[in-house]
Design a protein around this ligand. Structure first.
Ligand code: SF4
Length: 223
């Protein structure tokens, strides 16, 4: 298991290579929730921005008033948007049940309550749920998607077999101790994982190479 100083070094190393969170303000509440589901925390294109600001998407009850077919049509500008029409309807129903007509609510329930109820929605995996809860609700949780887990295992930050509480504690407490914005770090690791740390790690060209253990990436074939 790693320690917070490793997270600090990784953050700084990536920042030195220009891998940082895009600047600019994010929306809050329901619009950000929808944005995360459609395109993630990245800067949005003009058509997606227009869609998110349109009356049909501005409130969960308005979205629920549309049929799946109407939604598919509206989502043509979003990559793979049509496939998400059913998911958006399910999420809008969840939001209404959870927050009523509040668009920027207080997230006052326990983290695990939100995690459990969102994971029951078909199409939302554990890492996506944690991503929503970290980025939108700003709750103390860290999304462990496949790319993040690869980087963490290969650098010895996490040990196999992965244990959820231990892994969460490493990132949530570690980033707080290292005074790193978890949203910034999640985006940095996600970018590095996508660019370099696939099934076959491309350590030679990766900015995190100087931080590898002396023997190279750990368990390179197991994640
Ligand atoms: S590619 Fe290599 S150096 Fe880069 S994150 Fe993966 S294991 Fe680390």
């Amino acid at each position: 298991m790693g320690n917070p100083s490793q997270l600090r070094r990784a953050h700084d190393q990536l920042a030195d290579h220009g891998i940082v969170m895009a600047s600019g303000s994010q929306p809050k509440g329901w619009p950000f929730f929808l944005q995360m589901l459609l395109v993630g925390p990245v800067p949005i294109t003009e058509p997606v921005g227009q869609l998110l600001n349109s009356p049909a998407f501005s409130r969960p009850e308005a979205l629920l008033a549309l049929s799946t077919g109407q939604l598919v049509e509206l989502l043509t500008e979003v990559p793979r948007g049509g496939q998400k029409a059913g998911l958006l309807r399910a999420v809008a129903a969840w939001w209404q049940q959870e927050f009523g007509e509040e668009i920027v609510p207080e997230w006052t329930r326990e983290l695990d309550d939100y995690r459990e109820s969102l994971r029951r929605i078909r199409g939302l995996g554990p890492a996506t749920v944690d991503e929503l809860l970290m980025f939108v609700a700003e709750l103390p949780v860290f999304p462990l998607d496949r790319g993040t887990v690869r980087v963490a295992i290969r650098h010895g930050w996490l040990d196999l077999p992965l244990e959820d509480m231990e892994s969460q504690s490493f990132f949530v407490q570690g980033l707080a101790t290292a005074e790193i914005d978890p949203r910034q770090f999640a985006m940095q690791i996600s970018q590095v994982a996508k660019a370099y740390c696939g099934r076959e790690p491309d350590c030679e060209n990766c900015p995190l190479k100087p931080l590898l253990p002396p023997q190279g990436p750990l368990n390179p074939d197991s994640v």
